[in-house]
Write a protein that binds this ligand. Structure first.
Ligand code: UDX
Ligand code: UDX
Length: 468
């Protein structure tokens, strides 16, 4: 660290973002002490578990870092107040779900956790503290945080005088996270860029110094606060837009006899378009894309930009449409009814290599199928039975939900297998054995277009593959 005065970092929120991000900071900055705090006792216990398979988050590479750093310069605890009081820099990584009621319901983010974190910081922080927005937030949230922090004590803003005089003062920095789940550690270790938005150079440089321990200076982009907050929403909106675009084309491919993988390859080799994020599927899930686009839509409407709002909302609408379209197709192919039929669902996480199920397309598709009277038999390599069942708690058909610990068991007596997550192991299953124990005709619906269609057909399966 260039700045020798910085010793303690605190992160509020030991979730999918806070946990891995702080682990990587601790790993790369051995001279810093990193305290990750959370109000959730169970989650902290899991982070401190001696049995590494019990860590609350599954991310390739995370376990190794935890083994090296935990108890050395990385600490997980519920000591929120004490850690805030010791910290020079505080990251806010709490969740910001879409509001369920009140003004902006269904679109705006619920900032109650961010607000309560800011209030705790205002109360317990000492000296000068840099508060970093890590959570994805609506544009101008820094304003809210600032006014909470500034109303706590006389805070004259950041200047050398009050740092030297040990007065309580704050500055706010936006440092959005671009990690994707499943590749979080790699994304953090080798980011495409690090974005730091702020109002004073001292704080921006401080955060930049931390990253420069392992990231090239050229990759660190500095902006004003609002550009940084907006860039995070726009990044996610652009990525999600590509998925809705390719998914809309998957339907045209099915109608015309074109093949979506061939089309994706043909357009993706144009360097102006690029090949990434053109994988067709059952629609995007995860905690960010939908929430962030809806946030953008809300922001546009707030500023009277209704055409812009409609444009972006369409990305979410197509996503929902794709999931409904897949459900209808399954029903149609199974002779128009699912009553008394057992369907195996392979994959419940929102994508491979994560145990996260937030906004997973599997949830919507499954609910559609349950509503048609199907009995669903699930298998996911990383998602627990408890987690799967919790998604159907309020569904009248929850008794029709079974969870299995092998793919084979899930397929027993089933009429169809619907593959909703692209777990690599699905390509290496003994499909011949699976075929034998299913009711005939036995269907495979490959919504991720990644299984060997011809191989499955040769075994005797009827196969539907998205966009082909
Ligand atoms: C992140 C971002 O922060 C969010 O804005 C983004 O849109 C999605 O990703 P994530 O880390 O995935 O959130 O959320 P989650 O795994 O739910 O973790 C948040 C943690 O904050 C939880 O463990 C929760 O207990 C904790 N929390 C919440 C606090 O410690 N204090 C609070 O006041 C509220
Ligand atoms: C995303 C962003 O990628 C990341 O930068 C941001 O910080 C958080 O949101 P994440 O949601 O973890 O990350 O995963 P991502 O790999 O982006 O996938 C999101 C969803 O899109 C998944 O459901 C995935 O299956 C789907 N997807 C992704 C596709 O359907 N096709 C693709 O080509 C890529």
């Amino acid at each position: 660290m260039k700045n020798k005065f910085i010793k303690n970092i605190c992160c509020i929120g030991a979730g999918y973002v806070g946990g891995p991000t702080m682990s990587v900071i601790a790993f790369n900055c051995p001279e810093l002490r990193v305290d990750v705090v959370d109000i959730n006792k169970e989650r902290i216990e899991a982070w401190n578990s001696e049995d590494f398979s019990k860590l609350p988050i599954f991310e390739p590479g995370l376990e190794d870092i935890i083994k090296k750093c935990r108890g050395v310069n990385l600490f997980f605890s519920n000591n929120v107040e004490e850690s805030i009081s010791k910290a020079d820099i505080i990251f806010i990584s709490v969740n910001t779900p879409t509001k369920k009621k009140g003004i902006g319901a269904g679109f705006a983010s619920d900032l109650k956790w961010v607000e309560s974190s800011a209030r705790q910081i205002a109360k317990f922080a000492r000296n000068h503290t840099v508060v970093v927005e890590k959570s994805t937030l609506p544009v101008k949230t820094a304003e809210t945080i600032k006014s909470i922090l500034n109303s706590s004590e006389q805070n004259e803003g950041i200047n050398k005088m009050n740092i030297q005089n040990n007065q309580k003062s704050f500055s706010i920095v936006s440092n959005p996270e671009f990690l994707a789940e499943g590749t979080a550690i790699n994304d953090l270790q080798k980011p495409d860029r690090v974005l730091i938005g702020g109002e004073d150079h001292y704080s921006i440089d401080l955060i930049s110094d931390i990253y420069q321990n392992w990231v090239d200076k050229e990759k660190i982009i500095t902006t004003n606060l609002w550009s940084s907050e907006l860039s995070k929403l726009v990044s996610n909106a652009f990525l999600a837009q590509r998925i809705s675009s390719i998914n809309s084309i998957s339907a045209i491919c099915e109608a015309t006899g074109a093949n979506i993988n061939e089309v994706a390859k043909a357009i993706g080799t144009d360097t102006r378009i690029g090949s990434k994020f053109l994988q067709p599927g059952p629609g995007f899930g995860g905690s960010c894309f939908k929430k962030d686009i809806l946030n953008l839509v809300y922001l546009c409407k707030f500023y009277g930009l209704n055409e812009v709002a409609d444009y972006w909302e369409q990305v979410v609408d197509i996503n929902q449409w794709q999931q409904n379209r897949i459900s209808s197709l399954v029903i149609r192919n199974l002779f128009g009814t699912l009553s008394n039929k057992k369907l195996a669902v392979y994959g419940f996480s929102f994508k491979a290599n994560t145990n996260d199920t937030r906004e997973s397309p599997s949830i919507n598709v499954s609910i559609n199928l349950l509503q048609e009277g199907a009995k669903l038999s699930f298998y996911d390599p990383k998602v627990s039975e408890k987690q799967i069942l919790s998604e159907f708690e309020n569904n009248i058909n929850e008794k029709n939900v079974l969870v299995n610990n092998t793919a084979l068991k899930a397929a027993e007596g089933a009429d169809a297998i619907i593959v909703l997550t692209e777990w690599e192991e699905f390509n290496h299953l003994d499909w011949e054995d699976i075929f034998k124990i299913m009711r005939k005709p036995a269907w495979v619906f490959d919504t991720r277009v990644f299984l060997d269609k011809q191989y499955l057909k040769n075994i005797g399966f009827k196969v539907w593959s998205l966009g082909t």
